[in-house]
Design a protein. Structure first.
Length: 230
């Protein structure tokens, strides 16, 4: 029969409990960092300690839709992979997306880096697109309405035929846009700086055509050229 010394048993138990407690304390204060050489994933969500989504890095198949007010809506036109940015509330406020390849033997490529207004669409965009011989590269500054977007109404508008009724719904949903600045290369091979009024109508254009000829054009609110300099 084996006899157990009570004092030794208690001492051993205390030693085990001390080691376990020390391990738990060290695990709690140690930085939660894991190093990898390579990670193959389809999507990574970066979240705050409270679970708020701040960044999604994703392939095309798993890229998020539009997230506003805690709800995710299907995106009407997001065929790319990339990164989507979210504000302190978890609402989308910009992103970096890209795609491209060969389409019917023709090279295509696209990249867009954007920043959004609060509960609105992009107000600043760096863009580069290629569709065969057509290439466009530039900087865009947009004005967006002073109201939050109505995403559900906007999705309904996309199913409607172009016309006044659709335009009215788009405006009511806060989805209208006025492009105020374009600086870049257009599909025709020319480069230009186009400054527009609050309604998005071009009023001043400084450009250099594909033939190398510079020009300056001033326009009225109807688009008519009122003055040129060549």
């Amino acid at each position: 029969m084996i006899r157990i010394d009570p004092s030794r048993a208690i001492g051993g138990y205390a030693a085990v409990m001390t080691l376990a407690t020390a391990w738990l304390v060290l695990a709690a204060v140690a930085p939660a960092t894991t190093r990898f050489d390579t990670i193959d994933v389809q999507r990574i969500n970066v979240r705050e300690p409270d679970g708020t989504l701040r960044l999604a890095i994703s392939d095309h198949a798993h890229i998020p839709g539009l997230i506003y007010g805690g709800r995710e809506y299907p995106h009407p036109n997001r065929p790319e992979a990339g990164m989507i940015f979210y504000n302190d509330q978890g609402d989308e406020n910009g992103g970096l997306v890209f795609d491209g390849g060969l389409e019917n033997g023709k090279p295509t490529n696209g990249g867009s880096f954007t920043f959004d207004r609060y509960h609105q669409d992009q107000t600043l965009q760096l863009i580069s697109t290629e569709d065969g011989q057509d290439r466009r590269v530039g900087l865009v500054v947009n004005d967006r309405p002073d109201q939050p977007m109505d995403i559900a109404a906007g999705l309904r508008a996309r199913t409607m035929k172009p016309g006044p009724e659709r335009d009215a719904l788009v405006a009511k949903a806060g989805l209208s846009n006025a492009r105020r600045v374009w600086l870049g290369r257009s599909e025709d091979g020319g480069v230009s700086l186009v400054l527009s009024d609050p309604q998005g109508r071009p009023r001043l254009t400084l450009g250099v055509g594909s033939d190398g000829a510079p020009s300056v054009a001033l326009r009225d609110s109807t688009g008519r050229v009122t003055r040129t300099l060549r």
